[in-house]
Design a protein around this ligand. Structure first.
Ligand code: GLY
Length: 558
């Protein structure tokens, strides 16, 4: 397997982190994740001699248990890795795929109206999960410890139960009605039909058995064995269209990360079928034209918003699953392209989204989770994982304990009709059998002359703008703490407005931005759950921070 990885990597890997003679090893290891139990599981593996990739398996599997609303075995995700041994960067695409029986108009009624509930709830909303295959791939190609060892803590927590917190209550409240439509799901995740108050213990015996089987059979039981049969039955019983072949045919994809430089720092991020890396890089390439350090706060926000607007416009026009459509990747990532799209940015006046070049393509989170890991050898992991909206499709096929995703809603079900995140698409992201829905998940590494950052967050369409805001904070000298604290604002081309988190701008900032012609909307709450690890290359010092808006934990061990 190691040979296989080396071969793949020589073909696919780009933009290695530069390691020079002055780079020291990290002075310890660190994990930052959205849940203390998951962070502890990762630290335990690192202390037992595992590397960052072993720890990533433990963290991802534990999150599948303790954050059943965010990610899990019934979902998918992206793992961005830096392998210190050969100084390479690897992107594991474990994104869900559409089932073979899927079609472009599967969520439209006879009049062509979009039936949103069908892409969000029930078996028809679920894509074929990639997470188990992703974990197996990580273990076989990058891990050092036994797969069963890395999975042990998750299995224990599923059996012995975990205590819910405020976040669980908020997520279960949001989906109480849908969960109650599926009695098995309600029994597992609700307290007599209601969102449990913090301190409720959730037991998941069937999930424990599923995780055990995945660990013992390297995923075979999930994709081709007894769990596969139960999954398909559960999906068919709730309106879905999966077949056993869909599961048997699932494979992860190794892809080249997308990269750029920003004023001397290197950015390494998620390629399609994520839109994250491309939008992030296009925005940074645009912003590199300006010296943001000398701009006023308002002018800086204005320019960042104009960069977001253009990046998200191109998301809608060009991006989808690269195995199905041609994406002009080189062009979108080039500095000259950024120069062209930035030409009509005024420093004093907001652009109007619909006055930018019209979408032409001829083809066309609320929840999710992220964790960041570094080990003492300098291996890095940025992983963003998802089942899409809280508790995914709401379906837990009998006898599996697996919460199925509703990632099918990330497709563009109808041209220019917004999905649940308000994102539109012109055609590149239309539904097709076995296609991967376009994602916004943006696991990212940044490397400046003397520092490295590992970052990412959940948050649906706002993931990319959050990563951009935190990346800019790091690039102007900020640390892990200031990166997770940074106030968030977002523009996604359409709707043509700046959405900012509660209290994100002062009244005077709002009025100044309005003065430039921007529409603004304050969110009813703050958003995101950013997990950051940083490494100072010369001293070896590492630091980590977990978003204060969440309930996660960042732990550094020396
Ligand atoms: N399901 C959220 C995303 O992939 O963007």
């Amino acid at each position: 397997m190691f040979i296989l990885r080396v071969l793949c990597c020589s073909l696919l890997l780009t933009a290695a982190m530069a390691v020079d003679s002055e780079t020291s090893h990290p002075d310890g290891f660190a994990v930052s994740s959205a849940h203390p139990q998951a962070t502890r599981a990762g630290i335990k593996i690192l202390k037992a001699g595992g590397n960052a990739f072993d720890a990533a398996i433990a963290v991802a599997a534990t999150l599948a248990v303790v954050e059943p609303y965010s990610s899990g075995i019934g979902g998918g995700g992206f793992f961005l890795l830096h392998v210190a041994e050969d100084d390479s960067n690897v992107f594991i695409d474990a994104r869900e795929t559409a089932p073979k029986a899927a079609s472009a108009d599967m969520y439209l009624d006879d009049e062509g109206e979009f039936l949103r509930s069908k892409s969000l709830t029930g078996g028809l909303a679920a894509g074929i999960p990639g997470m188990p295959a992703g974990l197996v791939y990580l273990s076989e190609n990058f891990g050092r410890l036994e797969f069963t060892t890395n999975m042990a803590e998750a299995i224990r927590l599923a059996k012995e139960g975990f205590l819910t917190g405020k976040r669980y209550n908020a997520m279960a409240s949001y989906r109480t009605e849908d969960l109650n439509n599926f009695p098995g799901s309600a029994e597992l995740f609700l307290d007599n039909g209601f969102a449990p108050k913090p301190g409720f213990r959730v037991f998941q015996q069937e999930l424990a058995r599923t995780l055990e089987l995945i660990a013992q059979t390297n995923g075979h039981a999930f994709y081709k064995g007894e769990i596969a049969k139960r999954l398909v039955s559960g999906v068919l019983a709730t309106g879905g269209i999966w077949s056993l072949d869909d599961l048997a045919d699932y494979t992860v994809k190794l892809r080249s990360p997308v990269t750029t430089t920003y004023r001397g720092s290197k950015i390494v991020s998620a390629p399609p079928p994520s839109s994250g890396g491309i939008v992030l890089i296009e925005a940074l390439n645009i912003l590199e034209r300006y010296d943001l350090s000398v701009e006023t706060d308002i002018d800086r926000v204005h320019l960042v918003v104009e960069a977001m607007r253009r990046g998200y416009r191109d998301r809608a026009d060009f991006l989808g699953d690269p195995d199905f459509i041609n994406i002009p990747l080189e062009r979108l990532l080039s500095k000259s392209y950024a120069d062209g799209v930035a030409e009509n940015i005024s420093t004093t006046k907001a652009s109007v989204s619909l006055e930018l070049a019209p979408l032409e393509s001829k083809v066309e989170g609320r929840d999710t989770t992220h964790f960041s890991i570094i080990d003492a050898e300098g291996n890095l992991v940025a992983a963003t994982l998802s089942i899409n909206t809280p508790f995914g499709s709401g379906v837990v096929p009998k006898g599996t304990g697996v919460v199925l995703n509703n990632e099918m809603d990330d497709f563009s079900a109808r041209r220019m009709t917004p999905n649940t995140y308000g994102l539109v698409g012109a055609g590149a992201n239309s539904i097709a059998p076995r296609k991967r829905p376009l994602s916004s998940m943006t696991p990212t590494f940044i490397e400046s002359n003397d520092r490295v950052a590992i970052l990412g967050t959940p948050g649906g369409s706002r993931i990319i703008s959050m990563v951009l805001v935190s990346a800019l904070e790091f690039l102007r000298g900020g640390d892990a703490e200031s990166m997770v604290v940074a106030k968030r604002y977002h523009h996604q081309y359409l709707p043509d407005q700046i959405n900012y988190e509660k209290g994100g701008f002062t009244m005077s900032e709002v009025s100044n931005l309005r003065g430039k012609g921007h529409q603004l909307k304050e969110s009813s709450r703050n958003y995101g759950n950013m997990q950051v690890v940083t490494w100072e290359k010369k001293s070896g010092k590492i630091a980590a921070a977990s978003d204060p808006r969440g309930e996660g934990q960042a732990t550094v061990e020396k």
